[in-house]
Design a protein around this ligand. Structure first.
Ligand SMILES: C[C@@H]1N[C@@H](C#Cc2ccccc2)[C@H](O)[C@@H]1O
Length: 438
């Protein structure tokens, strides 16, 4: 093992109640909102082919013109309670909200920069009404924060000269001040979701970032911080030089999902996902494949079946309203969650062999297994293999618990469960109540 001063400071999953709640959330909402929502992926009548929240980096976007969007930020249709209600109706149990994306525009009235809502026509704090609205809806809040800040004069992609070093020292102090400010102004926040930490300048700050993480955890005991925040002294990110996870959960699953339990290395993790291929901020022209609610429900079930959470992104428009396609998807997912959330909330890896019909989840500490079905076998028989000494006490449809299902042991510890779901067009859940084999 390599001796590390700034590697991971804990091996294995956190066992405290705050992290156990996070682990059981299953489904979350991501909100990407900021000045980039105003152009919505378009400038001077031309569409930007990249992700809308990165439009400032487009060579056809004059930087002063982008930076002046602060004077157009006046989201007259912003309604924090409506955003929280959409998340609630979808069945999300936590939300991750951008406080500051890479462009440096702060959705809170930070006293460490003038590039905030306070100096926009809107003037008012956006974060406080959002944190309060989601908290009132019973949805935990995680604050997204981009370390990379294109607006701050001290930011550097790398530190090559003494001048770079002096400038970056000022930037580090600014970053620390903003993070302490956020934790102080929004004490209800359960965690921080860091982004923009890939540049060499930040990767070289192992000691500073380690000490800053310790300061934040001391200020806010139980704070949840992912693997993306800091690198160890050898520049290793997400996993330190001894291959131990940095932070409390793995943040590497951005727009992708693990395929097997081996891929997650026994860690907590979340998958953050866009509805189109790759748009986090509002883009007027959603191009390419737009995921359906069934696809998104399958991704949620797959994530939970592998011990993670699925966090679906919404990109509100510049005026603060949510686009119709996003509202419709949230309602469709919510309709399914209202019937089937027992297979998602406080569930995790079942340990069972993957079968063709879909994904299995297991309620933590209760002998209940959920077979979340996406592919209906023409035989009507759903194969499941149980560990030795485990038998099926009872099986039924989660949507109709009076419909007890026929179970046949076809081989030792291998069963067929026979089910004919009422609807063949939507995923459904078969429940197995298990018992010790006599
Ligand atoms: C959560 C997501 N991370 C951000 C990014 C990125 C990125 C940066 C470099 C190369 C590829 C992707 C996106 O803008 C969004 O905030």
């Amino acid at each position: 093992k390599i001796k590390l001063k700034h590697g991971s400071h804990r091996e294995g999953k956190r066992t405290d109640a705050i992290m156990q709640k996070w682990r059981g959330n299953g489904l979350g909402q991501f909100i990407h909102w900021g000045l980039y929502a105003i152009p919505g992926g378009e400038w001077n009548g031309k569409q930007y082919n990249g992700a809308a929240e990165w439009i400032r980096s487009w060579n056809e976007m004059p930087k002063p013109a982008y930076d002046s969007l602060i004077y157009k930020f006046n989201p007259v249709n912003f309604n924090a309670d409506q955003w929280a209600a959409i998340a609630k109706d979808m069945g999300a149990r936590y939300v991750t909200i951008t406080t500051k994306h890479h462009d440096g525009f702060c959705l809170w009235p930070s006293k460490y920069t003038s590039y905030t809502v306070a100096n926009s026509p809107w003037k008012k704090d956006i974060m406080k009404p959002l944190v309060d609205a989601y908290d009132k809806a019973g949805i935990d809040v995680i604050l997204y924060f981009s370390i990379m800040d294109w607006n701050h004069p001290g930011w550097r992609y790398d530190i090559k000269t003494r001048a770079d070093s002096i400038a970056f020292e000022g930037f580090k102090k600014f970053t620390r001040n903003q993070l302490i400010e956020l934790l102080t102004m929004y004490p209800k926040a359960k965690g921080l979701w860091f982004d923009g930490t890939w540049d060499k300048s930040w990767i070289k700050q192992a000691k500073f970032a380690d000490e800053l993480e310790a300061e934040m955890r001391k200020l806010r005991p139980g704070l949840i911080i992912g693997s993306r925040f800091r690198a160890d002294e050898y520049g290793k990110r997400h996993f330190d030089s001894n291959n131990v996870l940095m932070g409390d959960y793995e943040q590497g699953w951005e727009r992708k999902l693990p395929n097997t339990i081996a891929d997650v290395h026994g860690n907590d993790w979340d998958c953050v996902m866009t509805i189109p291929e790759n748009q986090w901020g509002y883009n007027k022209a959603w191009k390419g494949h737009i995921k359906t609610s069934t696809e998104l429900i399958e991704m949620t079930a797959k994530a939970v079946s592998l011990g993670g959470n699925f966090v679906l992104n919404f990109g509100p428009k510049g005026d603060g309203s949510i686009r119709d396609q996003e509202k419709r998807l949230a309602l469709e997912i919510g309709d399914w969650m209202k019937v089937n959330n027992e297979a998602i909330y406080n569930c995790g890896y079942s340990g069972l062999e993957k079968q063709d019909w879909g994904y299995s989840t297991k309620k933590t500490r209760i002998d209940k297994i959920y077979m979340v079905v996406f592919n209906i076998p023409v035989s009507g028989a759903y194969r499941v293999k149980l560990p030795a000494k485990t038998a099926i006490a009872k099986s039924y449809l989660l949507a109709d618990q009076n419909q007890v299902l026929k179970v046949e042991e076809v081989h030792t510890n291998e069963y067929f469960v026979y089910a004919n779901p009422a609807s063949q067009s939507k995923p459904f859940v078969i429940v197995l109540e298990t018992k010790k084999k006599e």
